[in-house]
Design a protein around this ligand. Structure first.
Ligand code: ARG
Ligand code: ZN
Length: 873
């Protein structure tokens, strides 16, 4: 049941052309498929023809026009085997499927009355029998037939080539995609959808029709995504030289979707929450997420579609590269430092945790049971970090040369991560052989740094040791090639030249050390005093840095490091240190006064980029504090963090009120970085003040809640009230908010998650109530995520309740979802998988919850893999 990369074999048969016809009905769909196939000249002849299939009813099968009788093929459940076929042939298949009953949301399914598809990774086999693997690429022609009044819009990949009316009020549209593609990029949509049109003129002067299709009620929520699409198209031309290739590009929004979005050729399908937005209904964070995801899916047209993956072990080939590309794009559209902080926060909080747990895997895994479990932070985010390191090692220009070579060499092919690295090597002349270990070895490298200063010689020496922890199935790892960016500061806060020997005079102010050995030692010369090191600037590699910083040094870096990322990071390290030192301490234990002064300074600093100030004011999350500890006692971590936050809020009360007032908006709502920073600052101030039940802040929050002209402020006020002790006002605001937005599913999801992620409004009995709420829907993944996911993933103190009730609750919900949507069920297990990380009392109960899931009858392969690997570790 485990699939190994080492077993890879080229496909025995290729498909040149696929002709599909979908007859869509209310009680099911009939799919006619005609495949023009031939033996793969690169693999031996004589192999039987094997087609994948899942939950299909086979109605008809014919080879070169002759129907195949029962004995001429075998239906093996997940496979259809035809033992004897000629070297070249045409296979006709008719299947019957039931999209209206498809709750897994893989293949063809229905979402609020419309038909839509999700075929990555292996959904196409739920539509028809097919060699459903990415290295089989074919041209698709797709005819869709449906009732004309219920489904006036019929879409598929490529360009529309024919349409017309049929009997019984039905109609059809035929689409042709000229680019050969793997089946996972196939898409179909049929529904009563509103069309938004725009155009884009490419760098070579071609005119592209841009279309968005949404439910009519979402008519006013398309503009931002459409603009983001045009920005993405322009950016990919300018930065990567990539031009769009079809005459039309379409985006569809659907409410029920397992993931964020999907890059189907010419027909991207999005989770509504990742594409629809308006000033009234979307937060600044949502706008930014939408811009990033629209760009991500668009960029896949080259990094994913024109050049695709040979097999699913290569998933990071397209995902790592595309996440890197979308992060560069977001950095260019806004503040690079803030974008970097956000990416690293996610990486360090969640990906490092994954890489240290039972599901740890290299960005190119060697084996898997269920591929949908491998759409992970490791494949995506660490994968992007690995591409970023190549970018930094090669520099802008050579990296672009490498990317050009990659696209040129592999256009129209299904390739491997190794092909990507080779293109980078060939274009740059650099040897990346040791660097390739990043693709093979799992686990987050630890880089431990010590230093000493020789006053008599003016020499400062750094000793740097790397080690990579063991991960399931991998021990004794080899040292990796780590780009380690550093700088040195003198006591005045000025950057010092990094002179590598006594003769060098004006060395650069920053160097990227290339660590390749287990231990390195580097000397810097000509230093009249002991410098303060600024390590791993801009987070130049996805590693954990250990260095015995003093609080004095961290405070110093917080206000002097010219690297914005490291300024923020110094503040985080200081806050972590202060919180950790209070673990288990009495309520009245003293909080480090220098932390208070540092925050006071930040709150008053109107010179520094205000977006960076807003990031620096956020205390490290509970999840990050858990990630940094052994035998975590979550309630104790929660209490210590609360204590620090409350202490800061009391001590800085007046500054917070002033910060709030200073950042009130004059004039109209804007989405500029500057306006976003102001909203962010005033909402942080409000949240802190309400955390200590400040009466003046209560009035400010009430006012902001009632009069906000945008969702960031309205939700900011609601969240602050929900997390305050003002129970009456909290309930009033929650009721008013729901009443106002009950017709808008995306806003209702925000309303659910604000409660489920709050330890004040989201204790287990309240969570149970949310599940009973009429707007809650087990079939809608966003609703499940906004209640169950938010509770287990963001409301740590409530989830890790000492009586184990949170764990049992999660186990129950996983078992319930396992039958209807195994992909979502498997994702929800994740908070339990790291059971070994928690204090014994918690750890045992988490294990028991996992065992309970393990013992459910007919467990899906998705959940089976996660639970068994977690318990085996
Ligand atoms: N390729 C999509 C993206 O990253 C994600 C699709 C995930 N699908 C899945 N079944 N896990 O944009
Ligand atoms: Zn992607």
């Amino acid at each position: 049941q485990t699939i190994y990369l080492s077993d890879y074999k080229a496909p025995a048969f290729l498909v040149d052309q696929v002709d599909l016809c979908f007859e869509l009905f209310e009680d099911g769909a009939r799919v006619h498929s005609t495949l023009s196939m031939r033996q793969n000249p690169e693999s031996g002849s004589g192999a039987p023809l094997e087609l994948h299939g899942d939950s299909l009813k086979l109605e008809f099968l014919a080879l070169n026009g002759t129907p195949l009788l029962a004995g001429a093929y075998q239906d093996e459940g997940d496979k259809l085997v035809i033992p004897e076929v000629p070297a070249e042939f045409e296979l006709a298949v008719v299947t019957w499927i039931e999209p209206q009953n498809n709750t897994r949301l893989e293949g063809l399914y229905k979402s609020s009355g419309m038909f839509c598809t999700q075929c990555e990774a292996e959904g196409f086999r739920c539509i028809t029998y097919y060699p459903d693997r990415p290295d089989v690429m074919a041209r698709f022609r797709t005819r869709v037939e449906a009732d004309k009044s219920a489904y006036p819009v019929l879409l598929s990949n490529g360009n529309p080539v024919e349409q017309g009316d049929l009997d019984n009020g039905r109609h059809f549209v035929t689409w042709e995609d000229p680019f050969p593609k793997p089946a996972y990029l196939f898409a179909l949509v049929a529904g009563d959808l509103l069309e938004k049109r725009d155009t884009f003129s490419t760098c070579s002067g071609r005119n592209i029709e841009l279309r968005m299709y949404v439910e009519p009620r979402n008519s006013e929520k398309c503009e931002y995504a459409m603009d983001a699409l045009k920005r993405s198209m322009r950016w990919d031309e300018e930065v990567y030289g990539r031009e769009y290739d079809l005459d039309i590009f379409m985006i569809v929004a659907v409410d029920d979707f397992n993931m964020g979005a999907m890059e189907n050729k010419g027909l991207n399908i999005f989770n509504s929450s990742c594409v629809l937005a308006s000033q009234d209904t979307a937060t600044d964070a949502a706008f930014q997420r939408i811009e990033a995801i629209v760009a991500h899916e668009y960029f896949h047209n080259w990094s994913g579609n024109r050049v695709t993956c040979r097999d699913w072990f290569q998933l990071s080939l397209k995902e790592g590269f595309t996440v890197f590309r979308d992060s560069q794009f977001s950095a260019d559209m806004g503040s690079p430092t803030v974008k970097r902080i956000e990416d690293v926060t996610l990486l360090r909080t969640a990906q490092f945790a994954e890489d240290a747990g039972p599901m740890a895997h290299p960005i190119r895994p060697a084996s898997y049971m269920e591929i949908t479990n491998f759409y992970t932070l490791t494949i995506y985010e660490k994968g992007a970090e690995v591409v970023r390191m190549i970018h930094n090692l090669l520099g802008e220009e050579l990296f672009r040369k490498g990317s050009d070579l990659y696209f040129e060499r592999h256009d129209g092919q299904a390739v491997t991560t190794d092909d990507f690295v080779r293109a980078m090597e060939d274009a740059s002349g650099r040897d990346l052989s040791q660097f390739r270990l990043w693709y093979e070895q799992a686990g987050t490298p630890v880089v431990a740094v010590t230093d000493d200063y020789d006053e008599s010689r003016g020499v400062y020496r750094l000793t740097i040791r790397q080690s990579i922890p063991n991960t399931p199935g991998q021990t004794d790892k080899k040292p990796q090639h780590i780009p380690f960016a550093i700088g040195l500061l003198n006591s005045a806060g000025d950057p010092l030249p990094l002179n590598l020997n006594a003769e060098e005079r004006n060395g650069p102010l920053e160097r990227v050390l290339e660590l390749t050995e287990t231990e390195h030692s580097v000397e810097f010369h000509g230093l009249p005093e002991r410098p303060v090191p600024s390590l791993l600037r801009d987070f130049s590699a996805p590693v954990r840095v250990q260095y015995p910083w003093t609080r004095e040094q961290l405070l110093f870096l917080m206000s002097h490091d010219p690297d914005g990322f490291n300024r923020w990071d110094a503040g985080q390290r200081l806050a972590v240190d202060v919180i950790q030192s209070l673990l288990g301490a009495p309520d009245d234990a003293a909080v480090e006064p220098r932390l208070v002064e540092a925050y006071r300074h930040l709150l008053n600093d109107i010179e520094l980029d205000q977006a960076l100030v807003a990031k620096m004011l956020l205390l490290p999350s509970e999840a990050y504090l858990v990630e940094l500890s052994d035998q975590a006692d979550v309630p104790a971590i929660h209490d210590a963090r609360e204590q620090v936050m409350k202490h800061l809020a009391h001590a800085l009360r007046d500054e917070l009120v002033a910060c709030y007032q200073r950042n009130l908006d004059q004039g109209d709502y804007q989405l500029s970085s500057e306006a976003i920073a102001r909203r962010s600052l005033r909402n942080i101030a409000l949240a802190w003040l309400l955390h200590i039940d400040d009466e003046q802040a209560l009035a400010l929050a009430g006012e902001q809640f009632d009069n906000a002209d945008n969702m960031t402020d309205r939700l900011g006020a609601l969240r602050a009230l929900v997390n305050s002790g003002f129970e009456h006002e909290r309930n009033q605001a929650l009721a008013a908010f729901y009443q106002r937005f009950s017709e808008d599913p995306q806003v209702v999801e925000l309303w659910f998650s604000v409660q489920a992620s709050s330890d004040r409004a989201g204790q287990l009995p309240q969570i149970q109530q949310l599940l009973q709420h009429p707007a809650f829907d087990w079939k809608n993944p966003n609703k499940v995520r906004s209640v169950v996911g938010a509770f287990a993933g963001q409301n740590l103190a409530a989830f890790h309740s000492p009586d184990g009730s949170g764990y049992q609750f999660l186990a129950e919900q996983v078992c319930r979802l396992d039958d209807s949507n195994p992909q979502i069920a498997a994702r929800l297990v994740s908070p339990l998988t790291r059971w070994k990380k928690f204090a014994p009392h918690y750890c045992e109960q988490m294990k028991a919850a996992l065992e309970r899931i393990r013992d459910k009858s007919e467990l899906s392969r998705d959940v089976y893999e996660v639970v068994h690997k977690s318990l085996a570790d």
